[in-house]
Design a protein around this ligand. Structure first.
Ligand SMILES: Cc1cc2nc3c(=O)[nH]c(=O)nc-3n(C[C@H](O)[C@H](O)[C@H](O)COP(=O)(O)OP(=O)(O)OC[C@H]3O[C@@H](n4cnc5c(N)ncnc54)[C@H](O)[C@@H]3O)c2cc1C
Length: 300
């Protein structure tokens, strides 16, 4: 948004020391906040001890993007029914349960007794758990397990339409499928709220603005990423503008919204533990080619 300075939460503050300097938070002892504004709840925001010498790791990762949206379809290879379920861009954690549900529906069409899942990231692990719940004996085969799989590098926010498809490539059918995936996922995430270790939680985010929202046109998205957020606007609380002077931030306009956050380390650990406790098996294996000459079932 034009005129927008920072969208931040504690996690972003921790990661962005540049933002810290600009906000003047470093070492500030007065972040306890201004006098309370009647009727407005603005919690005390503790200054975050962020500085470059506290950075202990830097990771780089690409979002697995497909212009038409994730591939979610069935194919028979040799005598094995294979369900493709990959390519969730910047929304893999957010859509995982919904996407996995659709994939497992296809996989269980012939009621197989056992299911092999390839991959142990956000998509593989959730799909494996869903297949287990559907009654199958499940084995995950993967080169990397969490926390080494790439999914561990995600921010971990509820961002179901982040880099999920291009508007001009993904058709209306995908928009409907996306909504189904997002709604299923959102509902499933409720199960992980309030657990020890807070694998999933709601947190407040503040967006600092120099000018009133809507006073300037939104900049065009040159890449044309699809945006479906309006379709599920009923699911999450709407953002609110906070009254001037009611926050410790230095901008004239502050917007607050509540956002669901996946604490990936703890959440992934919880999923792995649930899968193993449910009788799941994990085998490290790297596949280098399609097993086309020999029946897949024997190899997998
Ligand atoms: C910087 C960044 C931030 C992100 N932030 C968010 C966010 O806030 N919210 C959100 O919802 N999403 C976010 N995402 C997107 C999300 O992380 C991905 O969509 C998701 O992790 C993809 O999961 P996956 O299971 O498909 O892939 P991966 O995590 O890459 O898992 C793939 C699995 O397949 C295995 N595998 C691959 N090849 C082989 C092989 N040949 N043989 C055997 N095993 C193999 C791997 O070892 C691994 O286990 C972000 C992504 C990035 C890069």
């Amino acid at each position: 948004m034009a005129g927008e300075r920072w969208g931040l939460d504690r996690r972003n503050l921790l990661l962005g020391s540049a933002g810290l300097g600009a906000l003047g938070l470093g070492g500030c002892a007065t972040m306890a906040g201004p006098a309370p504004t009647p009727g407005v709840y603005t919690p005390t925001i503790a200054p975050v001890r962020a500085s470059m010498n506290r950075v202990f790791d830097i990771t780089v990762c690409l979002r697995p993007f497909r212009a038409a949206g994730p591939r979610l379809e069935a194919e028979t290879i040799a005598d094995t029914l294979v369900i493709h379920n990959y390519g969730h861009g910047g929304s893999g954690w957010s859509l995982s349960w919904g996407s996995g549900t659709l994939a497992v529906r296809m996989a269980m069409a012939n009621s197989p007794a056992s299911v092999a899942v390839i991959g142990c990231g956000a998509i593989g692990l959730t799909t494996a758990l869903l297949a287990q719940e559907a009654g199958a004996k499940v084995t995950i085969y993967a080169r990397d397990l969490l926390p080494d799989a790439r999914s561990a590098r995600a921010t971990g926010s509820w961002t179901p339409d982040s880099r999920i498809a291009l508007t001009k490539t993904a058709g209306p059918a995908f928009a409907d499928r996306w909504e189904e995936m997002a709604r299923i996922s959102f509902k499933r995430y409720r199960r992980y709220l309030g657990l020890p270790g807070t694998p999933v939680e709601w947190s407040d985010r503040y967006t600092l603005l120099d000018r009133p929202p809507g006073s300037e046109p939104e900049p065009e998205d040159p890449l044309g990423f699809a945006s479906y957020g309006e379709r599920i606007r009923d699911l999450t609380p709407h953002s609110e503008m906070l009254p001037p002077g009611s926050t410790p931030f230095p901008t004239p306009y502050v917007r607050r919204n509540s956002s669901m956050q996946f604490n990936v380390a703890d959440y992934a650990h919880t999923l792995m533990a649930d899968f193993l406790a449910g009788g799941g098996r994990i085998e490290r294996r790297e596949f280098t080619r399609l097993p086309s000459s020999t029946p897949c079932r024997k190899r997998w």
